[in-house]
Design a protein around this ligand. Structure first.
Ligand code: GTP
Ligand code: MG
Length: 197
């Protein structure tokens, strides 16, 4: 898929604040600082579209971007940032889980996982929650430019192995680097296919 236009549409504080439009949407979520906003900018080839920050917790709302005037890309707040006050974290969790479980036009969730780390409980828990809630999801391992290929491979394999103990079937998996543009074609092709089906 070629991206012709990408525009920020709006930020929503909760499910009710999401656009009324019925365009299909794809959401991106993962631990705080995993590289969600960077991946969105890489996919759309626009540096400043989503706000990138070295401080975790930069994205605190449901951010909507309209792509090719035909689908929405949704940047969700990161989970698991320990310095965010518990009350705020609980609020995020309610907002995000309500959105994920009830947004009818949501086609698929990209769960971003940092490829530098061995499987983290918080990511496995989240993927399991999605599976149990019946929300379609795929995995995108991020920042693959930061480790040796062998390490990325073993971390991905370990993650899939741990996940297979919890959920049926293996989710589609993408290897990405926002820095190098790795995985861009694969992710956009996947979205293209999903839009056609
Ligand atoms: P929150 O919105 O705070 O949850 O963070 P986020 O998941 O949107 O992460 P963001 O895109 O802001 O990136 C966090 C940090 O990681 C930034 O310093 C990015 O430059 C860096 N980063 C993101 N993706 C990559 C990547 O593929 N490679 C490298 N080397 N750095 C990356
Ligand atoms: Mg962000």
């Amino acid at each position: 898929m070629k991206i012709h236009t990408s525009e920020f549409l709006k930020s929503a504080a909760d499910l009710e604040g999401c656009p009324e439009s019925e365009l299909p949407e794809f959401a991106f979520i993962g631990r705080s600082n995993v590289g969600k906003s960077s991946l969105l900018n890489m996919l759309t080839r626009s540096k400043g579209l989503a706000k990138v920050s070295s401080t975790p917790g930069a994205t605190q709302l449901i951010n909507y971007f309209t792509i090719n005037e035909s689908w929405f890309m949704v940047d969700l707040p990161g989970y698991g940032y320990s310095k965010t006050p518990q009350k705020v974290r609980d609020g995020f969790q309610v907002m995000v889980s309500e959105y994920l479980a009830n947004r009818h036009s949501l086609r698929c969730v990209f769960v971003l996982v940092d490829s530098r780390h061995t499987p983290q409980k918080i990511d496995l828990d989240f993927a399991e929650w999605l599976a149990n809630a019946g929300v379609p999801f795929v995995l995108a391992f991020t920042k693959i430019d930061k480790s040796k290929a062998g390490k990325v491979k073993s971390n991905v394999a370990a993650f899939l192995k741990s996940l297979s103990d919890r959920v049926d079937g293996e989710p589609r998996t993408f290897l990405t680097s926002a820095e190098k543009g790795t995985g861009r074609g694969e992710v956009l092709d996947f979205i293209d296919q999903a839009l056609k089906s």
